[in-house]
Design a protein around this ligand. Sequence first.
Ligand code: FE2
Length: 474
Amino acid sequence: MTAQPKAETFANPFLSGNYAPVTEEHTDAAVAISGEIPKDLNGHFLRIGPNPVFVPDEATYHIFDGDGMIHGVQFENGRATYRNRFVDTEGLRLERAKGTWIWKGMAAMGDFVKGVAPPAEGMMKNTANTAMVYHNNTLYALMEAAPPHKMTLPDLGTVGEETFGGKLTHAFTAHPKVDAVTGEMMTFGYAPFPPFVTYSVISPAGEIVHTTPITLPKGVMMHDFAITEHYSVFLDMPITFDFNRAMSGGLMLDWEPENGSRLGVVPRYGSDADVKWFDVDLSMVFHVSNAWEEGDEVVVQASRSLRTDISRATENAGKHQDMSDQLGQLYEWRLNMKTGQASERHLDTVHHCDFTRINDDLAGRKTRYTYAARFDVKHDAMFNGELKYDNETGAIQVHDLGPGRWGGEGVFAKRSGATAEDDGYVVLFVWDENTRQSECLIIDARNFEGPPVARIAIPHRVPFGFHAGWVPGG
Ligand SMILES: [Fe+2]
């Protein structure tokens, strides 16, 4: 018997409702059900997420485990085309050939500790399910424990794993940073073994030109990092890997507040010895919005929570409990490179948010505006709106999605001929549970609280997923 999921029939919340995977791939025109698709929005809105084909155990399935699927809407002069495609990974091909699952996903961490041998096909599956980056005219699908997958546009075909000519020696974060001014891409990988982090710079032409270890006291799950014009910033937050803890019945990856929180700043082409570490108040960061330099200070803004229980996400999901201590709020650290002092402050104490985004042209440079998805804290980790933050005035604007309408990461897509930082649109997928309709929503970034510019009906259900991206142009 295979363990192929049947949509919307499982008790596991990450396999049920609008998390349930879809099985078919489609290419269809999509039309506006309200408003009009702007003619000055041209490019690809892309959203990736886990969409498992085979599930070893429905009870222990973790949302990180599913096979990557990209849902895209291509905008061309007022027209929209929807496509969804699996990332055709080697792991998925092997499982399809076998007709059932091979890898256990996150649950395999327990096997590893017990000394159970990994599958003959390899330690783990590169699911390519987490995020995407566009660099050197190439779209990559990413998963932080493995190399990127090179993808094609507009058809979202899979070329295969990218090793950068064999020079990639480490895992590749789902959140590399592209400096739009220089064209360089900064990336890193983390591991449960020393040096725990390895950092690389990739040239505008796609060549790895710098690699260095970044040594930490202990292995941590480091999901994101930041860049400025001259530096890269690493987030040593206490969600640790611990073999001893796992051997004594605990979790291999767990929240360990005693390990503290630190930010490490290293020159873009610096090495391990150059890292300046700053102790900061205990916290967890999954996603940075941006960072930049101001005088002697490196400024970092991110969605920051007080703790995390991500390893137990499946047990905790679907209980409709208040998870506000685990959900992020927009926050700022100022790291003085001269004095070694750090200061920090909340940028928002009202809303909880994640999936922070900026105008990507300004990554690593000072930004006025941040966009983020707003959590409904009483409804697990569901998103009921989008936020726009103004660093100059402190104003926070809310685009509420309305009852029973759930969003996700909204990306900023600049308007053709844009003349200002926020001259464009925020684009996202919405699941309307009232009508059971997936939509692509286009919000005018300069009329953020106004009605959407367009609501586009997607002819097929788009399950909730992880990160979105915007690739400008045809
Ligand atoms: Fe992420």
